[in-house]
Each structure stands twice: as C-alpha cells, then as structure tokens.
Design a protein around this ligand. Structure first.
Ligand SMILES: C[S@@+](CC[C@H](N)C(=O)[O-])C[C@H]1O[C@@H](n2cnc3c(N)ncnc32)[C@H](O)[C@@H]1O
Length: 168
C-alpha cells in the first residue's frame, strides 16, 4: 500500500460517494484507491497501469500505457482517478481530455515542481489549478496529502468539460 493512500482516501471519500458507481484509476499503482472504492460500494472498478506486478489481489488492473488507453477506449465512467501520475506522461493533454469527456467526476493529484517529479511549470498550487481549468468546468481543491516528508500536494475534484480555447 502506498503511504499516501489512506490520507488521499479520507479527502476523496468526503467529496464523492462511490456507492453504485463505476471507477477507473489511470496509473493506479497498487490499486489502493480502487480497493477503498470497492469497499465503499463501487459496482465496477478497474485500474490501468504499465506495471501490473504491484496490483492488489482482487483489483483488476489492465497492463497498458495510459495515453494509449485513452486514445483507443470510449468507455464512460462515473469516477476517474489520476493521482501522482501526470508528470510521468508525455501526452498529458490526451489523458486530461479523455478524463474530462469520459468521466462524470475526476480526482487528480499532481506533484509540484521540486516535490517529486513535477513539471517545471507547476511551481505552485495555483499554477496547477489554472492548468486543470483548461480541461474542466469546475475544479475544487478537496485537501492535501503530506507524507514522505514532502510539502503539500493538492487533491482536485474536477467536473465537466471546459470549452476554453487555450487547451494545449
Ligand atoms: C507514483 S505512482 C502513483 C500510483 C498511484 N496512482 C498513487 O497515487 O499511489 C505512478 C504510477 O504510474 C504508472 N505509470 C507511469 N507512466 C505510465 C504510463 N505511461 N502508462 C501506464 N502507467 C504509467 C507507474 O507504473 C506507477 O504505478
């Protein structure tokens, strides 16, 4: 289990009800958040990760590149999750566009620059907010995760497709 998993879940479960919902976690790692979602009543849960060796038993994880998944899959989900993954993905635009258009609600956590492998432009929580607003109509901070001796990393609850003209 990831050391941040419980702290993330405490924030996420206050913001979203999982009962009867379908959930996808892009870059799920161990699948900790899907295990919690399952326990909270999600009826369908699936993870996508390029490394399935770390998956928790009982949590289905598809061995796939995330950007490839987004380009080739038109399935819709109630909840999409993508935590501590986006800086590793080159085609972040593809992934964020897919989440915005295929999931009713999305939880995102992004490392800040210098606080793990963050993107150079993400030097502050505000910079991440401005970035996410290009993709989603509504972006709300729901809490921070703090373990591993790092500074605060915001968790964002996002909804709706933004039709802003400056997506890149
Ligand atoms: C830092 S871990 C985060 C795991 C989990 N989301 C969490 O918050 O604990 C990053 C995860 O993204 C996966 N990953 C990175 N790049 C990927 C890609 N292009 N396609 C699929 N999975 C990827 C890694 O295998 C790893 O499990």
């Amino acid at each position: 289990m990831n050391v941040r998993a419980l702290e993330m879940w405490q924030h996420i479960s206050k913001a979203i009800s999982f009962a009867g919902k379908s959930v996808i976690d892009l870059g799920c790692g161990y699948g900790d958040l899907l295990s919690y979602a399952k326990g909270a009543g999600a009826w369908h849960y699936i993870g996508i990760d390029k490394d399935v060796s770390q998956a928790t038993p009982g949590i289905p994880v598809v061995n796939r590149d995330i950007a490839y998944w987004c380009k080739t899959t038109d399935e819709k989900y109630d909840v999409g999750i993508c935590t501590s993954v986006l800086p590793y993905i080159e085609e972040r635009h593809v992934v964020l566009s897919w989440l915005a258009s295929h999931c009713k609600e999305v939880i995102i956590e992004v490392q800040l620059y210098g606080d793990g492998p963050g993107l150079p432009e993400h030097t502050s929580t505000l910079a991440v907010l401005v970035w996410l607003k290009k993709y989603f109509d509504s972006v709300q901070g729901i809490g921070y995760t703090t373990p591993e001796g790092r500074s605060h990393r915001a968790l964002w609850h996002c909804k709706g497709v933004s039709h802003g003209s400056d997506i890149a």
